[in-house]
Design a protein around this ligand. Structure first.
Ligand SMILES: [Zn+2]
Length: 320
């Protein structure tokens, strides 16, 4: 069901698309939720999961990320942002809380920024490997000394030595079949190993204020999780839920998207804003503003209104 591509008639939206059942409970009983341009987003009547149906073929297959998408990940603005020390500060803090050493796989590693920072800060604690469907960003990761495995995560073999931790930072929202990815992650972990899943939060302040005008309601995002549906997905696959947290807050995005009225934001603009935000976080003279920003982010996090939700999942000790 997951990979059934259907060709639509000439009066329908262009090219091929993938008809999907609910990515969490696999039922096919959903009602319209949002639409934005040609994008149709529905809500599962059984479990409340919100997802794109049908999915554009290039997004569903992942081909987009090895073609047009790759240029974005290699743009100077995106690379500068991904390799800035502050970029993965929140993810690193959370990661260290639950994994202090061992074998780590970053699935959907892009240009390798997270693994690079992990090695920079704790050079002897981890054995690191990144994987991604997008080839050119992996070339860049390798050039920065990050070990990579190429190709589709679902089709790769990673040897007999299981991992202590697997990270999926902003990956699962892009996947046509997130269950299959989490099942594979579960299989690749040691008993007691942890999996970190970060996705945009459908209950964020940004979504509440902007709705469908929010820039991250777009064709690359096929799944729109709340903390509840993310936990359901983890449990369905057999993980124990260790914790869920809410992180990140970008007021510039809310301001821009509120003014822009839902117009499409180009990858170049996304990259430029990321770089600008990263620069603000590093300027010493903005320390008071950063303090106020940090307080706002923590408050929104405590209220479940921050931009992203992260689930920390554990493979049971008795699991195989
Ligand atoms: Zn469902």
């Amino acid at each position: 069901m997951c990979r059934s591509l259907t060709t639509q008639s000439k009066t329908e939206p262009p090219a091929e698309s993938l008809a999907r059942a609910c990515p969490v409970c696999l039922r096919a009983n959903a009602e319209p939720f949002w639409h934005k341009g040609e994008l149709r987003i529905v809500r599962c009547l059984a479990c409340d999961m919100v997802y794109v149906n049908p999915a554009p073929a290039g997004m569903a297959s992942g081909d987009f990320y090895n073609t047009e998408g790759a240029a974005y990940y290699l743009s100077p603005a995106k690379l500068a942002s991904d390799y800035a020390p502050v970029r993965y500060a929140r993810e690193l803090r959370l990661f260290r809380e639950f994994c202090s050493r061992g074998r780590v796989l970053d699935a959907g590693c892009g240009s390798g920024g997270f693994l690079f920072q992990l090695r920079q800060r704790w050079p002897h604690a981890y054995e690191l490997l990144g994987t991604d469907v997008s080839g050119a960003p992996l070339d860049y990761a390798e050039s920065r000394g990050v070990a990579v495995a190429r190709g589709s995560f679902l089709e790769q073999h990673f040897g007999d030595c299981p991992f202590d931790a697997i990270t999926l930072w902003a990956v699962v929202e892009h996947l046509a079949c997130p269950r299959a990815f989490l099942e594979k992650a579960h299989a690749l972990l040691k008993p007691g190993g942890v999996c970190f899943v970060l996705v945009p939060n459908l209950r964020s302040l940004a979504v509440r204020l902007l709705g469908v005008k929010y820039r991250y309601v777009y064709s690359q995002h096929l799944n729109y999780f709340t903390a509840t549906t993310l936990k359901q997905l983890g449990e369905t696959v057999g993980f124990e839920i260790v914790t869920t947290r809410f992180t990140h807050f970008n007021p510039l995005v809310i301001w821009q998207d509120g003014r822009g009225g839902g117009r499409e934001v180009s990858n170049a603009e996304r990259g430029a804003l990321l770089q600008q935000t990263t620069a603000y976080k590093q300027r010493w003279w903005l320390a008071p503003a950063r303090w106020a920003y940090g307080l706002t982010e923590r408050t929104l996090g405590a209220l479940g209104l921050a931009d992203n939700v992260v689930a920390v999942l554990r493979k049971g000790q008795g699991a195989i």
